[in-house]
Design a protein around this ligand. Structure first.
Ligand code: 3HC
Ligand code: NAI
Length: 694
């Protein structure tokens, strides 16, 4: 065995050379890796006793892509193209041996090998689109040549990781190796190439699969049309499509590559990709809690209890059943329990019908859920999550009872949206085992989990919750106790301003349009209509004191009643409503408000600056560990467009000085709701950024 450099080894198995990468955590193509590959292949090719070469990786995965942390800086060492040339032009057959994930630049390297062998658990993908990019090392030109145009379009625009078996079917992988036997299988494959004198297959030279798409521009037009909603606002999907089009229509492979290079550089130097790369690292940074080290002991979670089978409880339970963890759901009444479980089954069956899993899986998952009307049935749970009505008295009563029932050492969690987790914990004799686990609706779909650390919550309970979030596929962000925590606390600012803007002269659809055009999936009024305007509304107490109350009193309670802020047709398409317009006009008149014209810029600034300011207060009060955690909350829980990086990142792009000046101007006109946070003032005065806050 020869060490080529600290991350690359070259060894021999008879006449087969094996180039092995070992660059944890994910063998990303850093300068060291690129240099090691170039040198490793050069030496293997120069050795006359070597007849074929296998490329394999140590550790958890094959190459997971270019090293994203190098982007935006000065590139050092060999380029990725140098690496690819060494492999593709090799006069000796090269076999890539894939386990874990071959992603982005990693797959682009593997596509330069003459053959690919993978274990069944391996996955291949070109996920660059998720960081606002396109595969910039020939991926858009080689993938359609090997997998066909339609499959390639799907893969580059979705970024999906495709399982090895499907890769085999589409020709991306040549042979599956038994699990745990990748190296010997790849070596045997290489030996077979030599013995049978197999051709040195270069994907770039294989144009057969492009032919079918030639002269059929409708393939691309239809694809764009079918995905228009999904791609709205993003630059990368369209650039990816154009590259695949170039693969089909360019006279040569090299011409196609030129288009790919040009569009790659445009994306790479653009704002969207910078924001999306920031979001990628922000999400991973959120896993790190400075005073809870990685080796903090955790509590094994084998059985979970959920209290309440309403909107949230059922979805929360699904997360655990999906991960193979048994759940007992407790309700107060049989009909509520039956209804809750029926909704869960319905969700699973819909997924099965959509092809996500089989009907057998539905039964397996339902089999992990047990309904009950007795809290006593939660005695042996390792974790209990309460999702009953949002009332402190009820929550305290439930926690006091749970404390007496559930075994010592088990975690008691609340899914509360706003309430004080410390006060809830005070109802128990084990506040160190109490934590907030704030799921978002629909809880089985939304990726965000705000983990609310109480004053007394132990480090073990924090570490267990963070780990558990990974197990159930959530993005966890640790936050502190304050009303609404991070997400809802900032949302309250936006909601207040959206309502104020309507009173002052804007229409709900003006506010919604501005936020939709900014990139949110919908504006606050459309959102209200979707969720139901009557959430928290009590008919008997309603006094026409807000526009929303008036709407509810008129039975315009949102989409479910066919009308809310908007009117809806039978397909639930929204139309601005003359009825709402009149309600608003009457309401303003009653309050003596003379409506004025409000610009789109004002709508955006009024809705977003106070959020940035509230985020600064949250940081100042140490209710979030870092600004990027706040962005992670908003990107994963509230539909903030990822290509804008999140509210804090966006605020910095606008300029914190500009946000501060805007807040001050609004404060002078409209009062202390716009009072700038001390931290914002300080950062601007010192020319610093949120990232400088320690
Ligand atoms: N570059 C740099 N660091 C990377 C990286 C990459 N491509 N991929 C992962 N990492 C780092 C993460 O930041 C994390 O670091 P940390 O431990 O310090 O926080 C560590 O590797 C482990 O990552 P995860 O926590 O995400 O580990 P998982 O096991 O959950 O997931 C993964 C592994 C599926 C490989 C996931 O990390 C992933 O999706 N990575 C990104 C893959 C990607 O986007 N590749 C394309 C890159 S762009 C490219 O190749 C351009 C080319 O076309 C020219
Ligand atoms: P819901 O009203 O849909 O469901 C609550 C369920 O709890 C009902 O089925 C009720 O029968 C049951 N319940 C009440 N008291 C009980 C008790 N003592 N024992 C057992 N079951 C009991 O309410 P939803 O929307 O599911 O909210 C639950 C919690 O989740 C609240 O704290 C809420 O603030 C929070 N939350 C709600 C979100 C949402 O979008 N709906 C989002 C995030 C958090």
């Amino acid at each position: 065995m020869t060490a080529i450099n600290p991350v690359t080894d070259l060894s021999k198995d008879g006449d087969i050379a094996v180039v092995t990468l070992n660059s944890p955590p994910v063998n990303a193509l850093s300068a060291n890796v690129r240099d090691g590959l170039v040198e490793g292949f050069r030496q293997a090719k120069a050795d006359p006793s070597v007849k074929a070469i296998v490329l394999i990786c140590d550790g958890r995965t094959f190459i997971a892509g270019a090293d994203i942390s190098e982007f935006g800086g000065q590139m050092k060492g060999a380029s990725l193209f140098d690496v690819q040339k060494e492999i593709e032009e090799s006069p000796k057959p090269v076999v890539a041996a894939i386990h874990g994930t071959a992603l982005g630049g990693g797959l682009e390297v593997a596509l330069c090998a003459h053959y690919r062998v993978a274990v069944p658990s391996a996955k291949c993908g070109l996920p660059e689109v998720n960081i606002g990019l396109l595969p910039g090392a020939g991926g858009t030109q080689r993938l359609p040549r090997i997998a066909g145009v339609e499959k390639a379009l799907e893969m580059v625009t979705s970024g999906q990781h495709v399982p090895a078996k499907q890769c085999l079917e589409m020709g991306l992988v040549d042979e599956l190796a038994p699990e745990g036997k990748l190296k010997e299988t790849a070596i045997a494959f290489a030996r077979k190439c030599v013995a049978e004198n197999k051709p040195l297959k270069k994907v770039r030279e294989n144009n057969a699969k492009l032919e079918a798409a030639k002269g059929h521009p409708e393939i691309f037009a239809n694809f764009r049309k079918a995905n228009a909603r999904k791609f709205r606002g993003f630059k990368a999907p369209e650039a990816n499509i154009q590259c695949i089009e170039a693969a089909v229509n360019s006279p040569t492979f090299e011409e196609g590559l030129k288009t790919e290079r040009k569009l790659f550089m445009e994306l790479m130097t653009g704002d969207q990709s910078a924001a999306q790369r920031y979001a990628f690292f922000a999400e991973r940074q959120a896993n790190k809690v400075p005073d809870v080290p990685d080796d903090t002991p955790t509590i094994p979670i084998k059985k979970v209890g959920v209290i309440g089978a309403g909107t949230m409880g059922g979805g929360i339970a699904m997360n655990f059943a999906n991960a193979g963890i048994a759940v007992t759901i407790v309700e107060v009444k049989q009909d509520a329990l039956d209804r809750g479980l029926k909704v869960v089954r319905g969700n699973y069956e819909r997924s099965a019908k959509g092809g996500r899993f089989t009907m057998d899986d539905v039964e397996k998952r339902m089999g992990l859920l047990t309904g009950s009307l007795k809290l006593e049935d939660l005695a042996d749970c390792d974790l209990v999550i309460e999702a009953v009505f949002e009332r402190m008295d009820i929550k305290k009563d439930v926690f006091a009872r749970l404390d007496a029932i559930v075994k010592p050492g088990a975690i008691l969690a609340s899914n509360t949206s706003y309430l004080n987790v410390d006060e809830i914990a005070s109802a128990t004799k084990r506040p160190e085992f109490v934590i907030g686990l704030h799921f978002f609706s629909p809880a089985n779909v939304m990726r965000l989990l705000e983990i609310v650390r109480g004053e007394k919550t132990s480090k073990e309970v924090v570490a267990t919750s963070m780990k558990l979030a990974k197990t159930i596929g959530k993005v966890a962000v640790l936050v502190g106790v304050c009303p609404g925590f991070v997400g809802n606390r900032m949302l309250a600012q936006r909601t207040r301003e959206a309502n104020a803007l309507v009173l002052e002269g804007a229409m709900p659809w003006d506010v919604d349009r501005v936020l939709y055009d900014f990139g949110f999936p919908m504006g606050p009024f459309a959102m209200g209509d979707l969720a139901g305007l009557d959430i928290g509304w009590v008919k008997e107490n309603s006094k026409s004191s807000t526009i929303r109350e008036v709407l509810c009193e008129m039975d315009r309670r949102g989409q479910k009643t066919g009308a809310g802020f908007y009117d809806y047709d039978e397909n639930r398409n929204a139309k601005p409503s003359p009825v709402t317009e009149k309600i608003i006009a009457d309401f303003r008149a009653k309050q003596g408000i003379n409506p004025r014209t409000i610009s789109d810029d004002e709508i955006l600034e009024r809705c977003l600056y106070p959020m940035v300011n509230e985020g600064a207060k949250i940081l100042e009060e140490k209710k979030a560990i870092r600004a990027s955690d706040i962005d992670t909350v908003w990107l994963n829980g509230y539909g903030f467009p990822v290509y804008r990086g999140g509210p804090m990142y966006w605020g910095e792009k606008v300029g914190l000085d500009k946000v501060l000046a805007g807040m001050k101007a609004f404060q002078a006109k409209m009062g202390d709701a716009f009072k700038p946070s001390a931290l914002l003032e300080k950062l601007v005065a010192e020319g610093k950024k949120f990232g400088d806050v320690k």
